[in-house]
Design a protein around this ligand. Structure first.
Ligand code: AMP
Ligand code: MG
Length: 407
């Protein structure tokens, strides 16, 4: 098998190209509004009426005709939210109005109560306060007209989207079914959580970390039994895992004698898009697809070191999974922050070091967490992000702006 090791940007672009094209048969289910949180919208939500549905006052005050506001105005009535003032506002009149109430016909401005004086049934606008047409009024339909799409297919539902759906009267929403992601950890040294752990054995933490990341990205995690480092076992698990919508393996992709994953995938007719990326941690990461039912199923072989597993999932698997879940936004998001301390560079690879991103009011800083390398799950958990250090730069100085990949 020939090696194909890409720079980070290239590897990401390859994944993104495939993710954009990845089309799966998606099922749709209808769920109660609050059960849609975190799910992906399968049909657009349209405004069921103009928003606002009437000319709405944004202040407590007086509805007036702007052209009359220089003089004394006769207080003709009052209107509160949820009511309508049925008459027409006539020349020289003012109507007391509350925030959220419909502006009476004939009025074209609302003056804040703080800018007026009321005396013996007459209202006066305070000296020096201009009254403009349209002031403190949101016109009917100014936010959105009836039938216009407010939430697009592929939107992930959160509180803001729930507010929109509720404002349109949706008690239920149609969402996409979750893609099934098979998780296969490989390694002779691995033991499951319910088994006693020998001195030189390692608990299978990756299957759980991966399952958690799969859930967070809108997938259904299917944790398969650990594959031992034998051809036969790896074959069995890969056969089982390739029934899912996406197959994610951990371990067994390095250059060791017992690293059999790529070999077994190749046996099954896999097409490999890359077999490594110039990143650290995570260099041995593999991306490709297996033939299935006349089509293809994508797979990722992630390095087994737990921090490498998590970093490569976040960078490469997550975009593909978001695409399979039907999400519209799939690319990994990076932010910028100031480096808190000097960090030595000069490597040939792009590094993703566990780091703590702290944003106070003044500025956002990022500090690398001390760690013992890509097996150090504790250091990884002490951070909340990865600082991205490009290859070939000798030194990164405190105060420099760097990219950060939040996790
Ligand atoms: P590998 O990628 O198979 O060479 O494994 C690299 C390192 O990651 C070794 O120290 C493994 O023991 C460790 N490792 C592999 N798989 C897991 C796993 N599922 N959970 C925790 N550690 C793992
Ligand atoms: Mg291994």
């Amino acid at each position: 098998m020939s090696e194909r090791v890409l720079r980070f940007e290239q590897a990401l672009e390859v994944v993104m190209e495939h993710a954009r094209e990845a089309s799966v048969m998606r099922t749709v289910e209808t769920v109660a509004l609050l059960d849609s949180v975190g799910r992906v919208l399968a049909e657009p939500v349209r405004a069921d009426r103009d928003q606002p549905p009437f000319d709405r006052s944004t202040r407590d005050g007086y509805a007036v005709r702007a052209q009359d506001a220089g003089g004394t105005l006769r207080l003709a009535g009052s209107v509160r939210a949820g009511e309508r003032w049925e008459k027409n506002l006539e020349v020289g009149e003012a109507v007391e109005i509350m925030t959220g109430a419909p502006v009476p016909a004939g009025a074209n401005a609302v003056v804040m109560v703080e800018h007026t004086a009321l005396e013996n049934g007459t209202v006066r606008v305070s000296e020096g306060r201009d009254v403009r047409v349209g002031q403190n009024i949101v016109r009917r339909g100014a936010e959105v007209l009836a039938d216009v799409v407010l939430l697009r297919v592929g939107t992930v539902i959160g509180a803001a989207e729930i507010a929109v759906a509720a404002s349109c009267g949706c008690a239920e929403l149609p969402v996409f079914g979750k893609p099934a992601v098979a998780i296969v950890a490989t390694g002779d040294e691995l033991v499951e959580l319910d088994a006693p752990v020998g001195d030189v054995q390692i608990r299978n933490s990756n299957s759980y970390a991966l399952a958690a990341m799969v859930r967070a990205e809108g997938g259904e995690a299917v944790r398969l039994a650990v594959a031992r480092d034998t051809r036969e076992d790896v074959r069995t698990r890969i056969a089982e895992g390739s029934k899912a919508d996406l197959l994610v393996l951990s371990g067994g992709v390095s250059m060791g004698k017992y690293d059999l994953v790529e070999e077994v995938l190749a046996e099954r007719g896999a097409e490999f898009f890359f077999t490594g990326a110039l990143i650290q941690p995570g260099k041995p990461v593999v991306f490709g697809r297996l033939p299935r039912d006349g089509g293809w199923r994508y797979f990722f072989g992630l390095p087994g070191n737990p921090v490498s597993t998590q970093v490569t999932f976040g960078l490469f698997v997550a975009p593909m999974l978001r695409a399979l879940a039907g999400r519209e936004e799939i690319a990994p998001r990076f932010v910028e922050a100031r480096l808190a301390d000097d960090v030595k560079g000069g490597t040939k690879v792009t590094r993703f070091l566990p780091a703590e991103l702290a944003g106070d009011w003044e500025e956002v800083t990022v500090r690398v967490v001390g760690w013992q390398g890509s097996g150090d799950v504790g250091a990884n958990a002490r951070g909340n992000s990865y600082v991205v250090l490009p290859a070939e730069i000798e030194m990164f100085r405190a105060g420099e702006t760097v990219r950060v990949f939040p996790r």
